[in-house]
Structures are given as structure tokens and as C-alpha cells.
Design a protein around this ligand. Structure first.
Ligand code: G3P
Ligand code: MG
Length: 242
């Protein structure tokens, strides 16, 4: 195996997306409460360089704001309601910063897969900022995070800043030249949509020494089948205790 961090089989997707508004502190706390040892979340950057936890390029779906995040300053979005869209019980939820999230993870003893999710054209800038923050602030009590991205440009930039990062290459569809790409970005894990994995594909990837992590697996029977085939971990909106 190429990775040096111990990856749990069940990783909460965007925290515990099925139970709480995704990518919020409450979502991370919920994942921990129901037994997850790791969570996955998406990191983006405001116009003025504040790293925040959010999936979409637009504010509209998961907050009461609107428009493109790339053109918003932190001051303009820090008080948005990031919970009511999910349920009125979460109306006080705010968009977390990466800094705040890291500190909560440390307190909760909750490991993480940090996904670099840059706004278009911010692939390098956002990755550098994330790598620096991990380098300087990742809690000592936590296992080393996996830093993944669909953007190979981001992965290259992050690894350059912090060569010790554990890199996960994310693919929606595995490209024919995946081995070359994985080597180029110095990936130690491969992350795939569970709907495209086959026994043959798993054997091919494992044969090269890469643990495989698949998203988004919300059915435990399906997860067990994937584990039997050799998948190392699943990202799930409904994490469970193992
Ligand atoms: O990191 C796994 C998964 O989160 C990738 O897809 O769109 O949910 O960030 P997405
Ligand atoms: Mg993600």
C-alpha cells in the first residue's frame, strides 16, 4: 500500500450530509456523534482569500445568499444562514472557515479527507493556501489527512508546498492514462464514483498498490459488497459506527 495514514472504512461525506446541513460544524459533530472516525469536506476560497467549507461555486443552494462565491469577500458571507435550506432547526448554522474546522476536528479527535474544491481559475491559489494551513495548523492528535481533488493542478500545487501531504486523486471516470496521472501528482490513494467500479478495475488499481475510496455510498449492503471486492473506504451521507 502506498499510503501511510490509517484510513477507516466509513467516512462521513460532507460531515453527515444526510442528517445535518452539509459542510457545517454541526454536520461534523453529528458524524462524530454517530460513530464516524473521519469526515470528508470541500474547501473553497473567498475573493479575499479566506478558506471556507463549501461544495458549490454558487451560494444559492446551501445558504440564504446568492451569486458566485469567487466574487464575495468573507465579510459579506460570514453571517449567512447555511442551515435553514436543510431544516429550520439549523437556522443558526454559518459557513465554517477551514481554520475553525481544523480546530473543531482536533477537539473532536475526528480525522479527515480534505477535498480541494477550487472555484474555476483558483486551482493553484486555493491549493497553496490549503497546503500551508495544513502544514502549519493540522492538529497533532489527528492522523495525517488525505488531501484530494478532481483538479490535478491543485494536487500538484499542494504537494509542492508540503511534500509530506498524502494525496488522493479523485476521478469521476477513470481515464485510460490514470497511472501516469497518479504518478505525476504523487497520489497515494485513488477516489472514484462507486457506480463505475468493477472487480476488474479494482484489481487493476490495487495491483498498482493504491487503496481505493469510493463515493457516495449510502447503502450498507452496497458498502459491504465494495469492501469484499477490495475497496478500502466509502464516503457516505449516513455514516455508521464500525
Ligand atoms: O471526495 C468524495 C466526493 O465528495 C467527491 O464528490 O462532488 O461530493 O465533492 P463531491
Ligand atoms: Mg467532496
Amino acid at each position: 500500500m502506498l499510503t501511510t495514514t490509517k484510513i477507516p472504512r466509513v467516512i462521513g461525506h460532507r460531515g453527515a450530509k444526510g442528517f445535518a446541513p452539509e459542510n457545517t460544524i454541526t454536520s461534523f459533530r453529528k458524524a462524530k456523534e454517530i460513530g464516524a472516525n473521519w469526515v470528508e469536506f470541500d474547501v473553497k476560497e473567498t475573493e479575499d482569500g479566506v478558506l471556507i467549507i463549501m461544495h458549490d461555486d454558487d451560494l444559492d443552494r446551501t445558504t440564504n445568499g446568492s451569486g458566485k462565491l469567487i466574487s464575495k469577500k468573507w465579510e459579506a458571507i460570514k453571517n449567512l444562514d447555511a442551515g435553514s435550506w436543510f431544516s429550520s432547526e439549523f437556522k443558526n448554522e454559518k459557513i465554517p472557515t477551514f481554520d475553525q474546522t481544523i480546530s473543531v476536528l482536533g477537539q473532536l479527535n475526528l480525522g479527515a479527507n480534505v477535498e480541494i474544491k477550487p472555484c474555476p481559475s483558483r486551482e493553484t491559489r486555493t491549493a497553496i493556501a490549503i497546503a500551508n494551513e495544513i502544514k502549519n495548523k493540522w492538529p497533532k492528535n489527528l492522523p495525517k489527512p488525505i488531501v484530494s481533488s478532481f483538479s490535478m493542478e491543485s494536487l500538484l500545487a499542494a504537494k509542492k508546498i508540503e511534500p509530506n501531504l498524502i494525496i488522493g486523486a479523485l476521478f469521476e471516470k477513470l481515464p485510460p492514462d490514470w497511472k501516469k496521472i497518479a504518478k505525476e501528482v504523487k497520489a497515494q490513494t485513488i477516489h472514484l464514483d462507486h457506480e463505475i467500479v468493477t472487480k476488474e478495475l479494482i484489481m487493476e488499481i490495487q495491483g498498482e498498490g493504491y487503496p481505493i475510496l469510493t463515493y457516495t455510498v449510502n447503502d450498507q449492503t452496497r458498502a459491504n459488497y465494495l469492501f469484499e471486492l477490495g475497496v478500502s473506504a466509502v464516503f457516505t451521507d449516513y455514516p455508521w459506527k464500525e
